[in-house]
Design a protein around this ligand. Structure first.
Ligand code: NAD
Length: 359
């Protein structure tokens, strides 16, 4: 049966970067069946909801799902449960993609585009494994209530269970084993939490350690624990000291955005969100819909194209194709291809042309 890739371009620059990604997909994988759907604000406009049951069903039946970006000021006044971002959360939850992989990789040609000094980021290749469908973003109860004195109270619930922590820990160790970078300061897996002040953080640390002692020690992969605030500091002090950072939903969100600046631009960063083996993953750039540049042909399509690369690698079993895409992006950059976020002048489609020329 032919493999299918469901494309959900979404809002803002989403459709612009997905357009270039489709050109790459058609060139390197002409047999891949491409299907389209709506998500986020685009779906809200058409169907009154950011994610329809039909789209979710199609996503579950696809080999992989590639999303552009969702959101924008146009939908700021829409009720919370109808906001574009809820479409994305619904898709993640519906596909049960609990493991979010965010590589922070500094292409040699971009070492000077980073906010940090060249020697700190040159050759950087770390991976953040973030738990994606649990924790404080989903915990109940949550809400905003008005108190008797007229002031208000907002509250969320940060919670994790043993199975949730164990399954994401296994993913992190599986990947760290394949990478084999044990000689770095915090090489192997570095698990981060706030066990000093949060009970859910203490449980996270204890359960990661318990699983390690019971099952994972024999893999030879080292395990480190670090407080999330210390990790935020070390990421800018010695980023190359890490290999795989294992984090919950909230800290993984923050730390991966921080790591994005190590690589030069958020426009370079892809992500993969995986479920159990054999189920479709959700692939998307780390960036949002960038309303400030949407519709102007200024967006960098690399993060979306590298998200396709991750889909080829993690879901579609096309490792050589994935390597070819990664190399084409790297070579195009080495030859000087730059969108504005990287200090150049190229438009979104010119950047696409430059990458296609290397394939
Ligand atoms: P953003 O990532 O959209 O933009 C942050 C900054 O980075 C902007 O200056 C933007 O121009 C720039 N930028 C982002 N991607 C770029 C690219 N590919 N090329 C060049 N420059 C790029 O974040 P934001 O401004 O905080 O959020 C805008 C909207 O996107 C909000 O509605 C937010 O909720 C949504 N959002 C969606 C996702 C997602 O779809 N996964 C992620 C983050 C934010």
């Amino acid at each position: 049966m032919a493999q299918t890739l469901l494309l959900l371009p979404g809002d803002g620059i989403g459709p612009e970067v997905i357009e270039q990604t489709v050109r790459v997909a058609e060139k390197v994988a002409p047999d891949l069946a491409l299907e389209y759907g709506l998500v986020g604000g685009a779906s809200y406009e058409e169907h009154g909801t950011p994610l329809t049951e039909e789209t979710l069903t199609r996503a579950k039946g696809a080999s992989a799902v590639l999303l552009g970006a969702v959101g924008g000021p146009k939908w700021a006044g829409v009720p919370r449960d109808k906001r574009p971002e809820m479409g994305l959360l619904g898709l993640r939850k519906g596909l049960d993609v609990y493991a979010n992989l965010r590589p922070a990789l500094c292409f040699p040609a971009l070492a000077d585009a980073s906010a940090l000094k060249r020697h700190l980021v040159e050759g950087l290749d770390i991976l953040i494994v973030r738990e994606l469908v649990g924790g404080v973003y989903f915990g109940e109860p949550k809400g905003i209530e008005t108190l008797p004195d007229g002031t208000r109270r907002g509250f969320d619930n940060a919670e994790y269970t043993t199975p949730e922590i164990h399954r994401i820990t296994r993913v992190a160790f599986d990947i760290a084993k394949g990478r084999g970078n044990y000689d770095r300061t915090w090489g192997g897996v570095c698990s981060v939490e706030k066990s000093n002040v949060m009970d859910s953080g203490q449980l996270w640390k204890e359960e990661v350690q318990a699983l390690y002692d019971a099952e994972l020690k024999d893999t030879g992969v080292p395990l480190h624990h670090m407080l999330a605030d210390a990790c935020a500091m070390q990421l800018v002090r010695e980023p190359k000291g890490f290999d795989v950072i294992l984090a919950d939903n909230l800290f993984g969100d923050i730390l991966s955005d921080e790591a994005s600046m190590l690589t030069g631009s958020i426009g370079m960063l892809p992500s993969a969100s995986l479920s159990d083996a054999g189920k479709p993953g959700l692939y998307e750039p780390v960036h949002g819909s960038a309303p400030d540049i949407a519709g102007q042909g200024k967006a960098n399509p690399c993060a979306a194209i590298l998200s396709l690369e991750m889909a080829m690698r993690w879901n579609l079993d096309r490792i050589e194709t994935a390597d070819a895409i990664s190399k084409a992006v790297s070579t195009a950059l080495e030859k000087g291809a730059r969108t504005r976020d990287l200090g150049g002048e190229m438009s979104t489609s010119e950047m696409g042309d430059a990458i296609l020329a290397e394939l």
